[in-house]
Design a protein around this ligand. Structure first.
Ligand SMILES: Nc1ncnc2c1ncn2[C@@H]1O[C@H](COP(=O)(O)OP(=O)(O)O)[C@@H](O)[C@H]1O
Ligand SMILES: C[C@@](O)(CCOP(=O)(O)OP(=O)(O)O)CC(=O)O
Length: 467
């Protein structure tokens, strides 16, 4: 029996929400330390059979188990139209789509053919605490205490989410886990084998199939590649497979292995000593409705909306460049960099803006202010609650705190969370300052840090005691 474990990261879209839907624009996505894990145990089927059994367990949630028996010959001929059915009729579109796409890819690559024995694949999913509401949950930890997860007395669909991209993380880690069960040479550490790119491509197809729509894909890209500057692929690439009526697995293999996705995922992380602080405001927003309102505005006011988006994109890119400049300074002028970090810890954004010798910090703060200015215009113009009044008040209050460079509503905005850029050194003081400030009474600071890498292989033994 072979056992392997993989994990993928959560996300915060710091700059580029909405614009990233258009391939013309780039976005800055921060990968977060909240991870989705997929552990597999693979058994060779005893009997000579063309049936492959896949069971996915998610022990943190009630009824969190989904079992499928795949007729491999039927799947090979039907492709993505294969009627995948859970043993008890339960549904989990993200698990179903990931199995169909990944096993379909393997079959077309002549894995699981008549000469090989079919497999029984058992997969266990875990999700780190910050993905979901912590109410009414029990914390359990692995034997070596390296992993801790929350166990809920509700089904996954009944537990409130915090908008960190659980489905993208699930699909990405599950894709990697299934591929490692099906391909003997699967190794995401060997870049020459190109497995990480193939996980990304397959996960994008699975995620879009499960959602029934094609978003920008920033969440799956970040779950795979980590903190990145992201520019999307053409939706037509995914449509060419999902809309196909025949030979879908052959078209899938061509898309995954041969097509140029013409996208960007360039590693980009925060400068040392400056970190993200995510505040959950226990609200929530329906992204598709917000996107529809913005798209309607773009159609109704093409010239004006193009002007606003051009300015917003310029502000987004100025933030990226200002952070990159700080990152480079941390390597080329450590004395200056240390001075700037010290001044950040002692000053609020307003103090920094009025200090002529803190230009590098002020460039970050000004870019954030401009991003918020244009998101506010979009909020007022579209009627979509991108940066609604309550979030404006909260972000303004946060920006007045010493050690805070500024903050935005991430992604589509709304009431999911706020994202602050803060001095790492000042974090304890920021917690203390906000704990007694009524403006932050409804904010839960999340236990999240930036992750450079997205998809990684985990040590299976770290989960002993939980499976
Ligand atoms: N730990 C998990 N185990 C099983 N399925 C999960 C898990 N986490 C997420 N999912 C699947 O992803 C869905 C949530 O996806 P979505 O609504 O897009 O939220 P998010 O914005 O967090 O991705 C759940 O309803 C479930 O189908
Ligand atoms: C609007 C978007 O550009 C960004 C949405 O970012 P969020 O992080 O808000 O997404 P959810 O996972 O739905 O909460 C849509 C897209 O890029 O697909």
């Amino acid at each position: 029996m072979v056992q392997r474990a993989f994990s993928a990261t959560g996300k915060a879209l710091l700059a580029g929400g909405y614009l990233v839907l258009d391939p013309k624009y780039e976005a800055f996505v921060i990968a977060l330390s909240a991870r989705m894990y997929a552990l597999n145990s693979v058994f060779e089927s005893e009997a000579e059979t063309r049936l492959c059994r896949i069971t996915v367990n998610s022990p943190q949630f009630m009824n969190g188990s989904w079992s499928y028996t795949l007729d491999l010959d039927g799947l090979k001929s039907a492709g993505l139209a294969y009627p995948i059915v859970e043993k008890e009729g339960k549904r989990n579109p993200f698990i179903e789509s990931t199995i169909l796409v990944t096993v379909g890819y393997a079959l077309e690559k002549d894995v699981l053919n008549e000469k090989t024995k079919a497999k029984d694949i058992h997969i266990t999913i875990f999700s780190d605490p910050e993905y979901h509401s912590q109410l009414n949950s029990v914390r359990k930890e692995s034997t070596n205490r390296s992993k801790q997860f929350l166990y809920h007395n509700k089904e996954i669909t009944q537990v409130n989410k915090t908008g960190l991209g659980s489905s993208a993380g699930l699909v990405t880690s599950l894709t990697a886990s299934l591929l490692s069960a099906l391909f003997a040479d699967f190794d995401i550490a060997q870049s020459s084998l190109n497995w990480k790119e193939r996980v990304h491509n397959l996960a994008q197809v699975s995620h879009c199939k499960a959602q029934g729509k094609i978003g920008s894909g920033f969440d799956v890209a970040s779950a795979t590649f980590g903190s990145i500057i992201y520019q999307r692929f053409s939706p037509q690439l995914i449509h060419s497979v999902l809309d196909a009526v025949s030979d879908t697995n052959a078209k899938l293999v061509d898309l995954i292995d041969n097509q140029d996705w013409n996208m960007k995922h360039e590693l980009c992380s925060m400068p040392p000593g400056i970190r993200l602080l995510m505040g959950d405001v226990i609200g929530g927003s329906e992204t598709p409705k917000l996107v529809t309102k913005v798209q309607n505005w773009r159609k109704e006011k093409p010239e004006y909306s193009y002007k606003v988006w051009t300015e917003l994109n310029s502000s987004n890119m100025r933030l990226v460049e200002a952070l990159r400049k700080m990152d480079k300074l941390s390597e080329t002028d450590k004395v200056r960099y240390s001075y700037l970090l010290n001044e950040l810890a002692k000053n609020s954004d307003e103090d920094i803006a009025s200090s002529p010798d803190l230009a590098e910090l002020n460039q970050i703060g000004c870019a954030i202010k401009d991003i918020r200015k244009y998101l506010k215009i979009m909020t007022e113009e579209t009627g979509a609650e991108i940066e609604p009044f309550e979030q404006t008040e909260l972000l303004n209050a946060a920006t007045n705190i010493k050690g805070v460079l500024g903050g935005v509503v991430p992604g589509a905005g709304g009431y999911d969370a706020i994202c602050l850029l803060v001095s790492s050194e000042k974090l304890p003081q920021i917690f203390q300052d906000t704990s007694s400030n009524p403006s932050f009474g409804h904010v839960r600071w999340m236990n999240l840090a930036e992750q450079r890498d997205g998809l990684i292989e985990e040590s299976y033994s770290n989960f002993a005691g939980l499976i």
